[in-house]
Design a protein around this ligand. Sequence first.
Ligand code: GDP
Ligand code: IMO
Ligand code: MG
Length: 428
Amino acid sequence: MTKKADVLLGLQWGDEGKGKVVDVLTPRYDIVARFQGGPNAGHTLEFEGKKYVLRSIPSGIFQQGQINVIGGGVVLDPVLFRGEALELENSGTALRERLKISKKAHLILPTHRLLDAALEKAKGDTRIGTTGKGIGPTYTDKISRSGLRVGDILEDFPAKYAKARDRHIKRLESLGEKPDAATLEKLEKDWLEAIEYLRTYDLIDSEHYVNNALKEGKQILCEGAQGTMLDVDFGSYPYVTSSNTVTAGACTGLGLAPGRIGDVFGIFKAYCTRVGSGPFPTELHDATGARIRDLGHEYGAVTGRERRCGWIDLVALRYAIMINGVTQLIMMKSDVLDDFDTIKACTHYRLPDGTVTDCMPYSIDNAGIEPVYDTLPGWHTDMTGFTSESQFPKEFADYIAYLEKQLETPITIISIGPDRRQTIIRQK
Ligand code: GDP
Ligand code: IMO
Ligand code: MG
């Protein structure tokens, strides 16, 4: 019988812990497929005392036997991909036989990265705070129908590349950021070598691959990058990334019809973080925010930037659950709150005109949104060694029940530490 594909995606502003949970869930699946984003992602996995950060390669790669697919909705930087792949191969992870790359994925050129930096500079105070990986300019080329795709490297590639590069250089010139010839030559040489490396992988028509697999009864997990509040349509626009991070992005990014989507796992931290610029209603600028950052090691996996920290935002989470059709929730990093006297949860926003709402407004851009909080008791218990939910202290069990009621969705997995084993799958 034809199966449905499950989706796992972030409900906040990214870095919820997607990598860790995809790795934990992978043994249930035959295929893990990334559907959007690029090396702006940093998905961290920890097991057997080692830590790995994946950017473009799906987080199912460390388990045994599954096929991992880089889908057509992804943007791929060949240089970063080669670096990531070689590192994995050197650490003994079988890669080549287990990784397939969609011909429809778009290529990030060196000039896309230069454009990303130039456009950020031109924005001045209104800059997005991007990861600098060329994501925006690459998706811009895709939408304006002038991008280069992985499949293009198989035919007449040098001419296609030169055309795109020259167009980018003109644009850089218009921004006053013309790169010098030597820099460009070096970047280009490295990039073209990485294209040759990419050519040695299995480049596939991923939409056929995943649909045929479902028909054969295979189980697929679709892995998202970033988070719902960074979605280009539904996030805190314009402070977002340039792809659809939501469930619909799994449909367009992999060629799955909406009816082929099964469970949607929505993942969130027991608090909230954001990296880069843009609105963040529950952000804490005080000692509590700094404490969460320290305890949660909230520094970016890709850029090392400090993550902004705050309390959990149930207004944003309800919105994300609605947009994604989340069927199961996964709560991460609850251990970070193990030693707090009280914990706050934002249930409503008070808008600048005094209205109180539990519904995400058109814009959360203007300061002046005031979070309305419930305060809950902390649990003062080190949960990092727990193996069963029966060990949860009452206050923590109450916190879970409170969230499930507020969010009208069951929390089925709880993460209590970065390691693969520090994961509690709740009894249904
Ligand atoms: P992703 O981008 O969603 O995959 O998340 P990141 O890897 O960028 O950030 C999550 C960080 O939290 C990583 O450093 C993980 O190792 C770590 N982490 C994941 N789950 C937990 C948890 O339950 N507790 C703690 N303390 N750390 C966690
Ligand atoms: P993962 O998959 C957190 C943020 C950037 C910036 C905005 C746009 O690890 O959760 P971009 O480079 O995409 O043009 O930057 O989006 N951002 C992320 N924040 N986690 C991520 O990925 C992110 N990817 C992009 O900080 O604010
Ligand atoms: Mg991350």
